[in-house]
Design a binder for this molecule. Structure first.
Ligand code: HEM
Length: 526
């Protein structure tokens, strides 16, 4: 006889459920016997009382960023919840998060051992795996240096300041043409569907020295499924915390494993092609530079060979994955906000028209000239907080915070959403108001406020693609806004409610574009 356990789990037999429940009870009792001793002078973490077996899962609900923000009002900025049988420390508030990630950075820099992480890059991801500190540090250094080199290197045409600017400009112009074409054939378009391919092409250019067509089925399907990925690795996914959920059928988990397999296959093909055509004297892109690093290391008798070739070349998976999902989510939100706040779109276009005009395409060096656009982007980051939590952290040794004891290997959630909506930091935090970042005369950005927006994490695990991310969102938006006006479908209301995940997406919707004066489409490209 089938038994429904939770809606997300699907159907399970009574015998399977009984085995699972008995196992959980035994583990639960063992855990109670193994209670942690609090060192003298420190206190036990506050937090809601957990239910047996499921902990506080029900209180987390479908929007953990909102429920955990609400809990700070009762328990303060450092508290503990229990997801399933696993204790999780939740950090909120600017001061506490800075204390943990900057001042006590070493102690909070680990990653927890999560079930879902085992499927990402076969458990060898730089961002998600539980690599030992030395291995993670070496990989992170390599990744940072490769990113820096291949985004700042001279572009192919010499027309642009760097390869990054060249890739973004080309893809921005392709995207505009593409949107005109889709408008002509369908009368509207799904913004995420098209933006994500353009953004993926920028990181593909840097990592693999190539771009894909917007009609490349495999790439389009893969990058358009990133929301399924984010739903599983977002903080608070029950199957990462409640072991028995792993053995039960779950369509979301099945999809997650499938996406990772397909992603791995897609990346492996590109990496294999690089190995076949590798030439030490012509390092074309990040993949070549990682292969070269492995080759050099083999010749160096003094080198430390702890990090396998697979883990080095596999860095490219993290760069590609993180590089398309985050930026396309930011851009897609930006476009939706432009439609929701049309008067802001007009002001941004006026700024572009006055500072850049119509004779040339915007460049990265125009950033200081376009303070309203910069303020708009900061407000998108803050208001949408589309990365509500960082990737979960983990304590690397016994530590304390705000007088509370936190044992080694405790999973830690960093609530970025709470900081970005804290009424102690922001006036009217729930209203969308880019002007909050501008000086009274609107000519300058307020740098102190800009730095308070928390979206790239902080400290040792801070995003390594931050400068690329900021540059890319800026330049894509500047190019799009110079040439297009975005609008909704008359009579249809836009729903700005985010869908929870590692990166929160807006609901899929249909929008329209019209060309800005002087930028009417002339030819139809495929
Ligand atoms: C708007 C764009 C982006 C946002 C908002 C963003 C945000 C983040 C956040 C919140 C984290 C986790 C920090 C933590 O765990 O404390 C992260 C990590 C990471 N990001 Fe980004 N990111 C963006 C773009 C990029 C890009 C373009 C790349 C690479 C090309 C990238 C590569 C990474 C990597 C590799 C990590 C893992 C770092 C580690 O675990 O040591 N990100 N990012």
């Amino acid at each position: 006889m089938p038994l429904m356990v939770l809606p997300i789990l699907g159907q399970v037999s009574v015998s399977e459920s009984l085995v699972a429940i008995i196992t959980i009870c035994v583990v639960y009792l063992l855990m109670r016997l193994n209670r942690i001793k609090i060192p003298d002078g420190l206190q036990k973490l506050p937090g809601p009382k957990p239910f047996p077996i499921i902990g506080n899962v029900l209180e987390l609900g479908n929007n953990p960023h909102l429920s955990l923000t609400e809990m700070t009002k009762t328990y303060g900025p450092v508290f503990q919840i229990q997801i399933g049988m696993r204790p999780v420390v939740v950090l909120s508030g600017n001061d506490v998060i800075r204390q943990a990630l900057l001042k006590q950075g070493e102690e909070f820099a680990g990653r927890p051992d999560m079930h879902s992480s085992k499927f990402i890059s076969d458990g060898k991801s730089l961002a998600f795996s539980t690599d030992q500190v030395g291995v993670w540090r070496a990989r992170r250094k390599l990744a940072l240096s490769a990113l820096r080199t291949f985004s700042t290197v001279q572009g192919k045409s010499g027309e642009y300041a760097c390869a990054l600017e060249e890739h973004i400009s080309n893809e921005g112009l392709y995207l505009i043409q593409r949107l005109h074409n889709v408008m002509k054939s369908d009368g509207s378009f799904d913004p995420f569907r098209h933006i994500v391919v353009s953004v993926a092409n920028v990181i593909c250019g840097i990592c693999f020295g190539r771009r894909h067509s917007h009609d490349d089925d495999e790439l389009v399907r893969l990058v358009n499924m990133s929301d399924e990925f984010g739903k599983i690795v977002g903080s608070g996914n029950p199957s990462d915390f409640i072991p028995f959920l792993r053995v039960l059928p779950s369509t979301t988990m099945k999809k997650f494993i499938d996406i990772n397999k397909r992603f791995g296959k897609f990346m492996q093909k590109l990496v294999s092609e690089h190995y076949e055509t590798f030439d030490k004297n012509n390092i074309r892109d990040i993949t070549d530079s990682l292969i070269n690093h492995c080759e050099d290391r083999k010749l160096d008798e003094n080198s430390n060979l702890q990090v396998s070739d697979e883990k080095i070349v596999g860095i490219v998976n993290d760069l590609f994955g993180a590089g398309f999902d985050t930026i396309s989510t930011a851009l897609s939100w930006s476009v939706v906000y432009l439609v929701a706040y049309p008067e802001m779109q007009v002001r941004l276009q006026k700024e572009l028209n006055e500072k850049i005009g119509t004779d040339r395409t915007p460049r990265l060096s125009d950033r200081t000239e376009l303070p309203l656009l910069e303020a708009f982007i900061l407000e998108i980051f803050r208001h949408s907080s589309f990365l509500p939590f960082t990737i979960p952290h983990c304590t690397s040794r016994d530590t304390s915070l705000n007088g509370y004891f936190i044992p080694k290997d405790t999973c830690v959630f960093v609530n970025q959403w709470q900081v970005n909506h804290d009424s102690e930091l922001w006036k009217d935090p729930y209203s969308f108001n880019p002007d909050r970042f501008l000086s009274a005369d609107g000519t300058e950005l307020n740098k102190a406020d800009a730095e308070m927006v928390l979206v790239f994490g902080l400290g040792k695990r801070r995003c390594i693609g931050e400068s690329i991310g900021r540059a890319e969102v800026f330049l894509f938006l500047a190019i799009l806004l110079q040439r297009l006006s975005f609008s909704g479908i008359p009579g249809e209301t836009l729903d700005l409610t985010p869908e929870y995940g590692l990166t929160m997406k807006h609901k899929r919707c249909l929008l329209r574009v019209t060309p800005q004066p002087g930028f009417e489409p002339q030819t139809t490209l495929s």
